[in-house]
Design a protein around this ligand. Structure first.
Ligand SMILES: CC(=O)SCCNC(=O)CCNC(=O)[C@H](O)C(C)(C)COP(=O)(O)OP(=O)(O)OC[C@H]1O[C@@H](n2cnc3c(N)ncnc32)[C@H](O)[C@@H]1OP(=O)(O)O
Ligand SMILES: O=C([O-])CC(=O)C(=O)O
Length: 375
């Protein structure tokens, strides 16, 4: 029988060890491989953070150039993946397109089901390089446009916006998007990373683990919350309506998306940075409506529920002002989190033990069997 008592939602249960990411939920500190994310967010490139998460140290110039070269060479999608994206009805949810495209990409990966360290590194590189291609290609195809090829002179953040819009992003947007990617890169045993590790723990392949993770990220209690925040802002409509709208929603016992967290007991450090960037991008656009609405909502949530914003509160207001469609906000999360997912799966493979907890059985016991004819 299980030795420990049951904790609903595995709250505060330590389910493994990891050297990748540390969260101090009381201090509001998020650390990647020993570095405070606040020190990395606006001073490094997303590619440097990918290297850090995978290897444990920040790269020197030549290590970074090697990784960038690998990513660039790995960008091309296999023809069947392109054909699959073309075949989808335009109303397909982008997260569904991404989930299934990742699974299709696994079938055509040149390293197949090989499990060597080298094969898994190559697959991780392909996933980080190709998820932005899948997300942007599907967005254009569903609008009747041709996908845009990446520009080898651009960073991953710049290329994402370039491939989405077909024009080079303004420097402010490129910088802010790079920071958003860094802030979303990893978060210890969040639900999607945990599901990736559970799949990897059976010694299933990397693409299977990442398909599990994408499906888990989609839900509105996790990565899907960033889209729901934007839908909420659209419903609220005006800054003046924010307070009464939230008060009424709370009176109906509804959850307000973008607030609360399983681990943070103070404000999510990523939300603090994203709030500032939401203001910067809003000022540049000459439109601070979303920013002011979110701040109104934040005040009501603090006064009424003592709940703090999480990472999903401000990101959408930034993405919307960069012209990213609302239903692509969660795929954008995956464009970043693929770095953390792959780091965790590689760590799982390196020290693997099957992940298999117990359930506290609450059903009936010792029932008397009745044959079908007598039921
Ligand atoms: C990238 C990410 O995944 S960040 C999280 C993104 N998700 C969201 O923003 C969705 C909204 N937030 C939530 O649903 C939750 O806060 C979660 C899922 C993030 C964390 O969930 P849990 O740790 O299980 O907390 P739980 O849902 O049990 O909430 C505890 C209490 O706070 C309340 N609460 C928590 N979050 C909210 C919220 N956003 N709005 C209103 N009330 C809330 C709950 O109703 C509950 O109240 P009760 O004890 O009176 O029933
Ligand atoms: O850690 C969590 O539970 C959710 C989260 O903030 C993330 O995945 O970034």
């Amino acid at each position: 029988m299980p030795e420990q008592g049951f904790k609903a939602g595995l709250e505060d249960v330590v389910a493994g060890t990891s050297e990748i990411c540390f969260i101090d939920g009381h201090e509001g500190r998020l650390v990647y491989r020993g570095y405070n994310v606040a020190d990395l967010a606006e001073t490094t490139s997303f590619e440097e953070v990918v290297y850090l998460l995978w290897n444990g140290d920040l790269p020197n110039r030549s290590q970074l150039d090697t990784l960038k070269g690998e990513l660039m060479r790995a960008q091309q999608l296999a023809q069947p993946v392109k054909d699959f994206l073309k075949s989808l009805p335009p109303e397909t949810l982008p997260m569904d397109a991404l989930r299934t495209a990742v699974s299709v990409a696994g079938i055509y990966d040149p390293d197949g089901n090989a499990m060597s360290k080298e094969a898994n590194h190559n697959k991780a590189v392909r996933l980080v390089a190709q998820i932005p291609m899948i997300v942007t290609a599907f967005d254009r195809l569903r609008k009747g446009l041709d996908p845009v090829d990446p520009d080898p002179n651009l960073s991953l953040a710049e290329n994402f916006l370039y491939m989405l819009h077909g024009t080079r992003p303004k420097p402010l947007h490129a910088r802010v998007f790079n920071t958003a990617l860094i802030l979303h890169a990893d978060h210890e045993l969040n639900a999607s990373t945990f599901s990736a590790r559970v799949t990897a723990g059976t010694l299933s392949d990397l693409y299977s683990a990442i398909t599990s993770a994408v499906g888990t990220l989609k839900g509105p209690l996790h990565g899907g919350a960033n889209e729901q925040v934007m839908h909420m802002l659209e419903q609220i409509g005006t800054v003046e309506n924010a307070k009464p709208w939230v008060e009424q929603a709370l009176a109906r016992k509804e959850k307000i998306m973008g607030f609360g967290h399983r681990v943070y007991r103070t404000e999510d450090p990523r939300a603090i940075i994203l709030r500032r960037l939401s203001k910067e991008v809003g000022e540049d656009a000459g439109d601070l409506k979303w920013y002011h609405m979110l701040n109104e909502i934040r005040e009501v949530m603090m006064a009424e529920k003592k709940l703090y914003p999480n990472v999903d509160l401000y990101s959408g207001s930034i993405y919307a002002q960069m012209g990213i469609p609302v239903d692509q906000f969660t795929p954008v999360f995956a464009v970043s989190r693929i770095s953390g997912w792959t780091a965790h799966v590689l760590e799982q493979y390196a020290h693997n033990r099957l992940i298999r907890p117990r359930a506290e059985y609450t059903g009936p016991t010792h029932r008397t069997f009745v044959p079908l004819a007598l039921r």
